[in-house]
Design a protein. Structure first.
Length: 51
């Protein structure tokens, strides 16, 4: 999120999740699921490709 300058809302929208789940992951309250981790990697790849 910080690397891409995304808010919780923007990050949630980018990978199709709720803002609340992103907040749980960011705070460490919940472990990041492998599918979410992969979605973040995919988002990064697409963002760097577009730039």
């Amino acid at each position: 999120m910080e690397h891409n300058h995304l808010s919780l809302t923007q990050a949630a929208h980018a990978i199709g999740m709720t803002r609340r789940m992103i907040a749980y992951y960011k705070s460490g309250a919940r472990p990041i699921a492998k599918t979410v981790w992969l979605a973040c990697i995919g988002f990064e790849a697409l963002e760097h490709q577009a730039a």
